[in-house]
Design a protein around this ligand. Sequence first.
Ligand code: GLN
Length: 303
Amino acid sequence: MDMQNLLDDIVGTIKPHLGQGEVAGYIPELGAVGADHFGISVATREGEVFASGDSEMAFSIQSISKVFALALVLADDGDRIWKRVFREPSGNPFNSLVQLEHEDGIPRNPFINAGALVVTDRLLSISENPSTAVRDLLRQESGNDSLVVDAVVADSEARHSNRNKSLAHFLASCGNLDNPVDDVLDAYISQCSLAMSCTDLALASRFLASNGMRGDGTALLSPPQTKRINAVMLTCGTYDAAGEFAYRVGLPGKSGVGGGIIAVVPNNCTVCVWSPGLGRSGNSVAGMAALDEFTTRTGLSIF
Ligand code: GLN
């Protein structure tokens, strides 16, 4: 079966999963998105795209942004970030407070919220244009110059961010933030609120399937750095469902509570799926089912 037929077929087979799970209501504006959407896009290393369903509809990328922020920090600052963030699966919800206190303000990994706040803090310190660094990378790699922060979503999250504020203040009390808490939160919320389609995200993620090489042929990351980001995605990218994700999908992946998930087939292609209904750990139910179907039917998994 060719790739286009496969994706069209997956759009049909995941239909029973649409509407399953809960749309993220703790950010009210995300809760307003219809639960029945589903999109899927595959981008090859060379930039060829196959897509089906709501693949061109923009959604809130939320925690998928954490991969790109980490990539920028590793690219500019090498391994320094690993003194401030561990890289072990948390086994806890992405916004848990408990573990952070037990572990003296060193977040378990860069993909839970506490870890991403530390990565964002570092990006604020080292980037020439910290407020647009993640957006600019995503624009360049997707080729979509019009992608922007959804100000309504950002405002909605900002008005409902007591949990992330708590994490940030606790990090600051442990000496693990260099910038003011409000600056870190603003930058974090704004990168989470970028609006992109499955095709945008699949294209923008290609450096992860290309040994760190950007679309223009320059290196964003070295091959070993790319290997390491993919490893952290595999073990931590879907939070306390990372074991289930590895079992079902068998690829490095990163989810966001907007319902998107990116997955990487190293040296081959990237896949982005989107459907807003989330399971208990904050990962798209239909998205996970579609990626399971994709790797099971193509054999494109790292296992
Ligand atoms: N902006 C969201 C939050 O901080 C991101 C969480 C997610 O996508 N898992 O809660």
